[in-house]
Design a binder for this molecule. Structure first.
Ligand SMILES: Cc1cc2nc3c(=O)[nH]c(=O)nc-3n(C[C@H](O)[C@H](O)[C@H](O)COP(=O)(O)O)c2cc1C
Length: 200
């Protein structure tokens, strides 16, 4: 019915994730690592926004942000998240769910140091998700940070770091003709995984 191969249930889910991300890097016009990240308040009110994936290995999936932003506060109060990648041109989706943990200080420092100077100054100047009376206030804060640090090192703000989503479930979805799509979900089972194909 279709020459698109079915998802290989014998695959390692992290290797399959890496293979699909590699395909996306070749086909997506920008930000193949963009993902929707859902969080929720302790009483279960959800919120979602796009973030960039900055690390993926067997420990989990990492993103960086302001810890006092809406998502940051929600994750500190309720450390669970859901991630969603959708690559339109590939007609593929990956869903990841699990608890979150803080990345180490060393990881956060190393990633912060890898960012461009303006991005680092922006992280210092932005009270992410809080009201901004006027754009000029933000620009003045940026200028003040620029003058303060000059050509010297820029320290990572204490309220800027990363979270790692430790996957309990990873679901792959592949479009197939006539909406007869293919889905497979890996769910954590002790040190291993159970895998199941799902009806589309
Ligand atoms: C493609 C894309 C990538 C983004 N990447 C990040 C990111 O890695 N970290 C971040 O804090 N915000 C990122 N943002 C901005 C977030 O979507 C969001 O506006 C911001 O983090 C505040 O979210 P919150 O109020 O829910 O905490 C990105 C936005 C887009 C559209």
């Amino acid at each position: 019915m279709s020459d698109i191969p079915l998802i290989d249930l014998k695959a390692d889910p992290f290797a399959l994730f890496a293979a699909w991300m590699s395909d996306a890097e070749k086909s997506e016009p920008n930000d193949p690592n963009a993902m929707a990240v859902a969080t929720a308040t302790p009483d279960g009110r959800p919120s979602v926004r796009m973030l960039l994936l900055k690390g993926a290995d067997e420990r989990g999936f990492v993103f960086y942000t302001n810890l006092e932003s809406r998502k940051g506060l929600e994750l500190l109060a309720n450390p669970h998240a859901a991630l969603l990648f959708h690559w339109k041109s590939l007609r593929r989706q990956i869903r990841i769910e699990g608890p979150v943990e803080a990345v180490t200080t060393e990881e956060a420092d190393a990633y912060f140091a890898s960012r461009s100077r303006m991005s680092r100054l922006g992280a210092i100047a932005s009270d992410q998700s809080r009201p901004l009376d006027d754009r000029s206030t933000f620009e003045e804060r940026l200028k003040a940070a620029d003058e303060k640090y000059g050509d010297g090192p820029i320290p990572r703000p204490v309220n800027w770091s990363g979270f790692r989503v430790v996957p309990e479930a990873i679901e792959f979805w592949q479009d197939r003709p006539y909406r007869l799509h293919d889905r497979a979900v890996w769910t954590r089972d002790g040190n291993g995984w159970n895998v199941t194909r799902l009806y589309p």
